[in-house]
Design a protein around this ligand. Structure first.
Ligand SMILES: [Zn+2]
Length: 310
């Protein structure tokens, strides 16, 4: 883009060089304009309570035909919540006029359909301020702005309760363990249930602990490793009961009591080792990508936000 940003700015708009965003208002409706140098375009952002407007359909219809009405409009879309984005191609000398025409049109449509600027986060129509959050320009109400600055109480910022999380993980892992035992009884390689154990443990941790941190993920993985051994132990006890219970009149308790003795038999040990090796390998193979994804997601959530008010 060969244009001087200062030369394309509509009347009364301000350019924040560091954040590369132009902001201002037309007839009381605030707009954010992001110059997209690489594509030779400007992106106009409008945050408004379109969902609450009775004229929503008409407004969307207006957006729909915008590309035909103005040849410089490359794209006009609505995210279904509160943000309208319009990309316009830079025509250098005409940019200032194009931007001005488009925004006055949008502002008068907003007025016509009773659409007002709203907070990008909570969607409330309140006094708003423009800011860049992690480099993205947004409009925020005072309370959302404070939350972003303090990084507190946000969706990803819930306080973790490790103790309850641990209980949740144990309950979840137990569910997965049941699956292991059942699959084992049917005679399949139970290892695939190792994934269920890891998955259910993480789910349980998140449900009761309110948030899954990296610490939580590690707790879940360690717990799952233990549970897999436990599941194999139970499977073995059940197998003994099933095979020998009738013949030797063994109770369930007797069968479980015999496990240590059975484990001294090299044949049994070999079978158990094979089960466990398969189990761990399959569990790692199956849960690796989902655990990795969660791990990364946690990193994103824990990154402190940078908030720059304009
Ligand atoms: Zn808000």
């Amino acid at each position: 883009m060969n244009v001087q940003i200062e030369n394309v700015m509509p009347q009364g708009f301000v350019y924040e060089r560091a954040q590369n965003v132009i902001h201002g208002a037309v007839n009381g409706t605030a707009f954010l304009i992001v110059p997209v140098m690489a594509e030779n375009q400007f992106r106009i952002q409008l945050h408004a309570d379109i969902e609450k407007s009775g004229g929503k359909e008409d407004f969307l219809e207006y957006l729909h035909v915008l590309e035909q009405r103005h040849p410089f409009v490359q794209y006009a879309g609505y995210n279904g919540r509160n943000t309208v984005s319009i990309n316009i191609a830079s025509e250098e000398q005409e940019d200032k006029e194009n931007l001005t025409i488009l925004m006055s049109e949008l502002a008068s449509k907003c007025m016509e359909f009773g659409i007002h600027n709203c907070c990008s986060r909570c969607k409330n129509v309140l006094p708003l301020r423009a800011a860049a959050v992690d480099g993205n320009p947004v409009l925020l109400c005072e309370s959302c702005f404070k939350q972003e600055i303090n990084g507190a109480d946000g969706q990803g910022m819930r306080k973790e309760n490790i103790f309850l999380g641990l209980i949740g993980a144990v309950l979840g892992a137990l569910l997965g363990t049941v699956l292991w035992v059942v699959i084992g009884m049917v005679g399949f390689i139970a290892g695939i249930a190792g994934y269920a154990i890891v998955f259910c443990a993480m789910k349980g941790y998140e449900m009761l602990g309110r948030k899954l941190s990296r610490k939580g993920i590690i707790i879940c993985i360690l717990l799952s490793c233990l549970m897999i051994v436990g599941a194999e132990y139970v499977s073995l006890g059940l197998a003994i009961y099933k095979e020998l219970g009738d013949v030797y009149f063994l109770s369930m308790g007797d069968s479980f009591g015999l496990i240590p003795a059975f484990l001294e038999e090299s044949e049994v040990t070999a079978g158990v080792m094979k089960d466990l090796i398969f189990g761990y390998a399959l569990a790692i193979w199956a849960s690796f990508s989902s655990v990795k994804a969660r791990w990364k997601q946690v990193e994103q959530e824990q990154k402190p936000h940078t908030v720059v008010p304009f």
